[in-house]
Each structure stands twice: as C-alpha cells, then as structure tokens.
Design a protein. Structure first.
Length: 353
C-alpha cells in the first residue's frame, strides 16, 4: 500500500520541535527576565551567542563554504561585503552621532523585514508540501495567507510606534532610541482593529475549512499560530525592546537552524548515496563523516568571535564586524533560498513529489 505524502516539511515531531515548540526557548528568556534572573543586556547576550549568531553561521554552510555557490556567486558576495563595509565604516568614523545612528536603525528594520520574509518562506514550504500531499492551497488563499503573515508581523510593530519609550534601548546607563514616526491614537488604534479582525477572520476560515473536510491544514496552521503568537507577545506584551528583539528573533533563529540542518543532512545523505566526492563543501563533509561536533563548534565559535570585540572594547567601531556580517547575512540569505537559481534546493528539502 502506498504511503500518502505528508504535509509536514520534515516530520510531525521535527516540525513541532523546530517550527512551533522552539518558541518556548525565547519565552524562557522572557520568563528569566521577568523574574529578575537575567537583565535585559544578559538576555540579549544569551540570544546573540546561543541563537542569533549561530543561525547566522548556517547561511555560510550553504554559500561561502560551498564550492559551487562560491564559484557562482563569490564575486557578488565580495562586492556586497565591500559596499557594506564602506556604508557602515565611513559614517562610524566621520559621523558617529549623525549618520551612523540612522544606518544602525535602518539595519534594525532591514532585520525585521528579513524575519518576516523567513516566515513567509516557511509558509510557502508548507504550501508546497500541501500540494505534494494532494491538497494544494487555492491561489487566492495562498496570497491571502501571505498577507496574513504581513499583518500579524508588521501591525504589532506599528502599534508599538505609539510610544517612543517602547522603541528605546536602555542598557549600560544609556538610552538609545530606534527612530520611528510617533503614531497618533486614531492611527494605531485603527491598525490594532485591523490586526484583531485579520486574526479572527483567519480562525473562522480555518474552522470553515475543517468543517468542509479539508485535509492537511494542521502543519500550515501550526506555523501561522506560532508566528502570530511570537510577534504578538514580543511587540505588544514585552515592553523592554532588547527582550522583545531577543524573543522575536530567537524564534526565527531556531526555525532557521532546524531548516538548514534538515537541508544539509539531506544533502549529506544524498552525497553518500551517490558516492559524491568530498571537498565540495567542508560542512557537508563533516556531517557525512560523523563530525557534527565540528559543525556545532564552528557555529558557536563564530558567534563568540564576533561578539568579543563588542564586549571587550565597547566602542562604536567595535560593533563594526558584527554589523557588517549580519548585513551580509541578510543579503546572502535573500539569495540562497531562490529555487530558480539553485536547482538542487527542492531536492535537498525533499519537495519533489
């Protein structure tokens, strides 16, 4: 008897662990902060070392550590890094209190956009799995749930814009405001109403679909719930902006690490099965030969190396290395998940029917 394809990206247990229950990790950070066990700065440091920078390193396993991608896009990556260095280094030297803070804030918002696009990408993966399982989402429904991701991600941020203090970082005796327009009550309340209505409509729609017998709704619905809860808690409930950033980003980090590990593990299995030669990607070779410890050590050592200058020197220039590699990550990550440019991507994610 033929087994019906699953609508989960990997498996029920794996998806629940990495794409849903992973929200528990940043919420534990929030709980530790609320109980006074960790300061906002400590939460931010744990988030960077345990989640954000290790996730950042995963991008390089699919790009600069990969012979094929490096040959194809290495020059583009080098040019992008050069531009990023100039854009951030020159203002840090010549206008540390003028232009540099605006660029810092622009990077924060670019990062927020990057988070939303990641959740949109996972939504599309679930819809591809739904199609493979024989219950594809109608085109209009797919477009509407893409907009749902936008609403539940951006609306809470706009509601937060009602008060400058909600976007002010208080750390090390300093108050650093992340610039934004101050929204009057009539505007942010209208956004809040639209936000609530969007969630209600999505719940009603899923109830109707379930009652009409639609199958394979669970995996995608799980993802939509997790994204809604994560952004809602981080931007509407948590007042400390450092903790809010840690919550909303660490969830994305864990999802990303789970997805990249699945991609790399599958690629290593295929390489073994097809007796592909070693040397094409050092991190895939480590997985193939059971040296996953090196893979993990690289991920965490990378984060420690980038955060060390910030912790030791505490100057604007000490932040330049981490700023530049994070910006490069945003750029490279926007390219490595393009199915049209990477023909094997669907194969390594097991998206072939």
């Amino acid at each position: 008897m033929q087994v019906r394809p699953s609508a989960f990206i990997v498996s029920p247990a794996y998806d629940v662990t990495f794409f849903f229950a992973s929200l528990a990790a940043p919420l534990l950070l929030w709980g530790a902060f609320g109980l006074g066990w960790l300061t906002g700065v400590a939460v931010y440091a744990v988030f960077q070392l345990a989640f954000n920078l290790p996730h950042n390193a995963q991008t390089w396993t699919m790009s600069i550590f990969d012979d094929e991608d490096r040959s194809k896009n290495g020059r583009r990556y080098a040019i992008a890094l050069g531009i990023i260095l100039v854009v951030f280094a020159v203002p840090a030297l010549l206008s540390p209190e003028g232009v540099a803070p605006w660029l810092r804030d622009a990077l924060v918002y670019w990062g927020y956009y990057h988070l939303v696009r990641q959740h949109y990408g996972i939504l599309r993966l679930y819809e591809r799995r739904m199609a493979i399982a024989g219950t594809p989402a109608p085109p209009l429904e797919s477009k509407l749930y893409a907009r749902f991701i936008d609403v539940v991600s951006y609306a809470p941020l706009l509601i937060r814009f009602r008060d400058p203090n909600l976007m002010t970082i208080h750390a090390a005796g300093r108050a650093v405001w992340i610039r934004h327009p101050i929204l009057p009550p009539i505007v942010w309340q209208a956004v809040a109403s639209a936000y609530a209505a969007t969630i209600l409509l999505a719940v009603v729609h899923h109830v109707v679909l379930a009652l009409t017998g639609r199958r394979n709704l669970g995996p995608r619905a799980m993802h939509l719930i997790a994204v809604t809860v994560c952004f809602g808690l981080a931007t509407l409930v948590v007042n400390d902006i450092l903790v809010a950033i840690a919550i909303v980003t660490a969830f994305h980090n864990l999802q990303y690490m789970g997805l990249v590990w699945f991609h790399n593990r599958t690629r290593a299995d295929i390489a073994d099965r097809e007796h592909a030669p070693a040397g094409k990607n050092v991190t895939i070779d480590w997985i193939r030969t059971g040296k996953q410890g090196r893979y993990a050590a690289l991920s965490f050592a990378y984060g420690a190396a980038l955060l060390a200058p910030v912790a030791i020197f505490r100057t604007p220039l000490s932040q330049l290395p981490i700023t530049c590699v994070v910006a490069l990550h945003y750029y490279v990550d926007s390219r490595v998940w393009r199915f049209a440019d990477h023909p094997n991507l669907a194969r390594f994610l097991r998206l072939k029917a």
